[in-house]
Design a protein around this ligand. Structure first.
Ligand code: PNS
Length: 164
């Protein structure tokens, strides 16, 4: 039984995240999508809203492929990974620009907890430029985010704009 943690802010979940989860499902029996609770950041969606959206969009993958659970965590990622008896941390790398930060985190996490491996996965080229930050920026400026996030997320973003 191989278990991986896919950590992140997921504010909101994008089609790029879903692509990585689907790919991760080929390597692991269970993936825990873990939302970081970060009191220092002012998010667009609350942790509960993010968790609810993830549960909604992951139903399909859950039935077809591996087991995917959604959870949230505070504090050090490696402590959470050990508590969940995970073997690995999965991170998506889109471009070379991601690499430096990701490598630093992976090596620091390894130093903190050598039993947990970090596995980097590349999303489909279509998603190589998609990020939650850009999706939010484009949406807030009235641009089209069709195809970048699941339909449910787009719907929730519109609702949030109308009733913050
Ligand atoms: O989606 P993000 O914001 O790029 O995810 C970053 C995340 C959540 C993976 C990272 O900030 C993290 O692991 N935070 C938990 C605190 C921690 O363990 N920090 C030390 C990292 S070496």
């Amino acid at each position: 039984m191989r278990r991986a943690i896919f950590p992140g802010s997921f504010d909101p979940v994008t089609n790029g995240h879903l692509d990585i989860i689907e790919r991760g499902c080929k390597l692991f029996d269970e993936i825990i999508v873990a939302i970081l609770v970060n009191p220092a950041k002012q998010p667009f969606f609350t942790v509960e809203e993010r968790q609810q959206m993830l549960n909604g969009v992951l139903q399909d993958i859950n039935q077809r492929q591996c087991r995917v659970r959604v959870d949230s965590f505070q504090g050090l990622l490696v402590n959470y990974a050990v508590a969940q008896e995970a073997d690995a941390i999965v991170r998506g790398i889109r471009a070379i620009s991601d690499y430096e930060y990701e490598m630093q985190m992976a090596l620091m996490n390894r130093r903190l907890e050598p039993s947990i491996e970090t596995v980097f996965m590349m999303p489909a080229e279509t998603y190589s430029y998609v990020s939650s930050r850009l999706v939010k920026e484009i949406f807030q400026l009235g641009g089209i985010i069709d195809g970048l996030v699941p339909t449910l997320v787009e719907k929730r973003m519109k609702e949030k704009m109308m009733r913050p």
